[in-house]
Write a protein that binds this ligand. Structure first.
Ligand SMILES: *Cc1c(COP(=O)(O)O)cnc(C)c1O
Length: 360
């Protein structure tokens, strides 16, 4: 069977090799006579999966020892609440940089927990660009500064992270984690829902500087406390074992093709293919974001009129391209080209975009 040209925004394409490996072990994992889903999460076979995944992530992202890696549930959306619950002490302020829908949502939840402030916002500019905040130092009341490293809906991405802000940097990296090398030490906390670049939905990865674990009050509900999960190696309660298994296979795949450096080069190539079509279309395709803030993960664009956009989407669907509709909140088109989307599929989409244009 042919694989679909899958440009879904999330859940999204997974590497074919991962699906094949999972299929081959589906009925009998590691000679246990059971699938991974049927193993006890306290068994040795499962522990190898669990701790293997964490150490591979540590290797691929070069996560230093003074950071804990937590495997949680509840999606990135739960982190919108857990971050302020654990890091925002009374009398302190959580600073947010607004770059689109996801950062707005993160701020909305934080407001329910404590004092917040908007450090910078791209809203007046229709979220076409990432605001420049380099050189800014926050006041001494700052508990943290929150950013969204890639705005999945608008198609913008931070290409340089702020440094020396005067407070720990917290980043929602749901849609670009593992897509390029980053320096984990520049962050106090990184979180990501797995369903874009790391695996299936149901798993959320949190990378937190250990010194921040002491901030959460003891009164916090155990499941919402980072310390609970850190002290129990993310085995306080039953973890999402199947999702973690698939996460590990995705990490093995990433490692096998050359790690984050190689993936980053591929991602640059893939994005260039599509942005070149947009830029060389004489305004037939209109990119949403300013070139310097363009996302390498989510390519957002419109066509000259709503009618032509609709017709583009219908024809694309007929040709087998899946998931090209823009998010319902902003419309237009969006091609999500996460790590697992093959370059050949991106090239096929570029061919289609050129041939669609030639009809007009
Ligand atoms: C998809 C996404 C989310 C939401 O993730 P859930 O796991 O569905 O809660 C949050 N932030 C960003 C940047 C995303 O891309």
């Amino acid at each position: 069977m042919n694989r679909a040209y899958n440009f879904n925004a999330g859940p999204a394409a997974l590497p074919e090799a991962v699906l094949q490996k999972a299929a081959s072990e589906w009925f009998n994992f590691n000679g246990t006579g059971m699938s991974v889903m049927e193993l006890s999460h306290r068994s040795k076979d499962y522990e190898e999966v669990h701790f293997g995944a964490v150490s591979l992530l540590r290797k691929l992202m070069q996560i230093p020892d003074d950071y804990a890696v937590l495997l949680l549930q509840g999606g990135a959306s739960l982190q919108f609440s857990m971050v302020p619950m654990n890091l925002l002490q009374p009398g302190k302020t959580g600073y947010y940089v607004l770059t689109g829908s996801w950062s707005e949502k993160a701020l909305k939840e934080a407001k329910k927990i404590g004092q917040t402030s908007i450090l910078a916002s791209g809203k007046e500019n229709n979220y076409k660009a990432i605001p420049v905040i380099s050189g800014i130092r926050v006041q001494s009341d700052a508990a943290y500064v929150h950013i969204t490293s890639n705005e999945t809906i608008h198609g913008t991405q931070w290409h340089q992270f702020p440094k020396n802000l005067g407070a720990p940097l917290v980043a929602d990296m749901s849609s670009d984690i593992l897509s390029k090398p980053i320096n984990v030490q520049d962050f106090g906390l990184i979180y990501a829902g797995a369903q874009k670049n790391l695996g299936p939905s149901g798993l959320t990865v949190v990378i937190i500087k250990k010194e921040l674990l002491s901030r959460g009050k003891d009164e916090l509900p155990a499941m919402l406390h980072y310390r609970t999960h850190a002290e129990n190696d993310s085995l306080y309660n039953t973890p999402p074992t199947l999702a973690i298994y698939l996460f590990k296979l995705v990490l093995e795949w990433a490692d096998s093709i050359g790690g984050v450096e190689k993936i980053s080069k591929l991602n640059q190539e893939k994005a260039k293919i599509l942005y070149d079509v947009i830029d060389n279309s004489d305004g037939f395709y209109l990119g949403h974001s300013d070139p310097e803030s363009r996302s390498l993960m989510n390519v957002t664009f419109r066509l000259k009129s709503d009618e032509i956009t609709a017709s583009f989407l219908v024809q694309a669907k007929e040709k087998g391209f899946i998931g090209l509709n823009g998010h319902r909140s902003i419309g237009g088109c969006r091609a999500s080209i996460y790590n697992a989307v093959p370059l050949e599929h991106v090239a096929k989409l570029a061919d289609f975009m050129r041939s669609f244009k030639s009809q007009y």
